[in-house]
Write a protein that binds this ligand. Structure first.
Ligand code: NDP
Length: 412
């Protein structure tokens, strides 16, 4: 039986039998009560409940030679299906290869009204400042991370001290802020001016990853189009996104569909990722797509390059049982591994979107899946949902009015 044909209980059993989750985690899923009042109280303010979104998993991700089931939290129909669909085409072509670079988070200490002489003194004492910052979070050094760079930047009346910090497996926002604040106290004793603020940057420039997939033409064919023709059309549409900002934005939104869904499932700060991703897209001065597609050696070659800001520890990740379950499902050992999987999901969602757009159009698959939401919006309950959705798919008239008419007819 195909996974999408299973019941939720059958899928939970599949994860349990496959050793992806343990008994306790299976019970957590079955309970559908995934966050306690105490936890909600500790994570956010004025809480009065929890807000649920569908939690599922994408299949067939072969990333750097390792197979993954990838947990995703998303309310938009077709994103999980699209990720799985493209992942299978890529798996049949050899899988994803990833090239992470570094895990550096940059932080800024902003000084104001510092004299030229004081700036010169700070610059002369850069190794002392570096050593002080290094000692501000000693456990990071023990884990193999710590300060890797210190730079002075001048902006009119502002003087900025920029620290590059390897936060190892943590996303690092709190760690970096702690280091910056301690360091700024030291700096305050060395200047007559003010420390205006100390805060990390979400630029993500130290966390850029490249993901590549070589897709065989035979994996792309449709009933009416050869794989090679589909590949050529994908390349053309991807090129168009480099020229049209309006298209590039939607191209990237499709990539973020998958990326955000995994970040939410793993308890990561997806707002940080959004900020990093879109500033990177604008780096050249013209908003650009995160992916590039071309033909080489009889294959469609796709490359995703973008910052991916995340952690496999820290923040709310440890506290949230569902985040722990997600990491367990993927058997994540460190943040780079998670970065690679997340990047692969972004590239997979992009391939699915491009393939659909240049062949049948996006609505064929999208509305087929959207039909259940439409049935529920029309008031269908229980088995009626499937019956109304089926009729909607037959008529291909995906309007609320049509769903309501079908439901009325069904109820006699
Ligand atoms: P934490 O403050 O939780 O710090 C990471 C923790 O993980 C530390 O306690 C560290 O232990 C521990 N740890 C265990 N193993 C490792 C390892 N292998 N590598 C690194 N650390 C390890 O989280 P972050 O600093 O990552 O901050 C993330 C949070 O900050 C998110 O919730 C985010 O929403 C929030 N935030 C985001 C901001 C932004 O993006 N602009 C601003 C402010 C907050 P030890 O201390 O012993 O080293």
């Amino acid at each position: 039986m195909k996974i999408y044909e299973m019941t939720d209980e059958q899928r939970i059993k599949l994860l349990l039998d496959g050793g992806y989750i343990d008994q306790k985690q299976a019970e957590l899923l079955r309970s559908r009560q995934t966050i306690s009042t105490d936890l909600a109280d500790s994570l956010s303010e004025n809480q009065i409940g929890s807000f649920s979104l569908p939690y599922g998993f994408a299949t067939d991700f072969l990333v750097d030679g390792q197979d993954y089931l990838v947990p995703m939290v998303i309310e938009e129909p077709s994103v999980v299906a699209a990720a799985s669909n493209a992942a299978k085409r890529i798996k049949n072509s050899g899988g994803f290869k990833t090239y992470p670079t570094s895990r550096i988070v940059y932080g800024q200490i902003v000084l104001e009204n510092v004299t030229v002489e004081e700036i010169a003194k700070l610059e002369q004492n850069d190794s002392e400042i570096f050593a002080f910052a290094q000692q501000a979070h000693p456990s990071l050094i023990k884990r193999g991370g710590g300060i890797v760079s210190l730079k002075f930047n001048h902006y009119d009346q502002f003087e900025e001290i920029e620290l590059g910090i390897d936060t190892v497996d943590a996303m690092g926002a709190n760690m970096v802020n702690t280091i910056l604040e301690k360091t700024s106290q030291k700096l305050a004793t060395m200047i007559s001016g003010d420390v205006l603020c100390s805060i990390l940057s979400n630029s993500g420039q130290g966390q850029i990853i490249t993901v590549e997939a070589n897709v065989e033409y035979n994996q792309l064919a449709t009933k009416t189009m050869s794989g090679e023709e589909v590949a050529q059309r994908i390349v053309k549409l991807a090129d168009f996104a480099k020229k049209s900002v309006k298209r590039a934005i939607t191209h990237n939104k499709g990539i973020m569909n998958g990326i955000d869904a995994v970040l939410i499932a793993t308890g990561n700060d997806f707002r940080a990722q959004e900020a990093a991703a879109h500033s990177f897209a604008f780096e050249s001065g013209q908003y650009q797509p995160f992916t590039e597609w071309h033909l080489a050696d009889g294959k469609l070659v796709g490359t995703l390059k973008m910052p991916i800001e995340l952690g496999s520890v820290g923040g709310a990740i440890k506290a949230m049982p569902m985040a722990q379950l997600s990491l367990a499902m993927m058997k994540i050992q460190n943040s780079q591994q998670l970065q690679s999987v997340v990047g692969a999901v972004g590239l997979a969602n992009n391939l699915s979107a491009l393939r659909a757009l240049v062949t049948t159009g996006i609505q064929a698959g999208h509305m087929g899946l959207q039909s259940k939401s439409l049935a529920i919006a029309a008031g269908a309950i229980g088995p009626e949902i499937e019956q109304v959705a089926k009729k909607l798919n037959q008529t291909k008239n995906y309007t609320l009015q049509n769903a309501e008419n079908i439901l009325m007819e069904l109820r006699g």
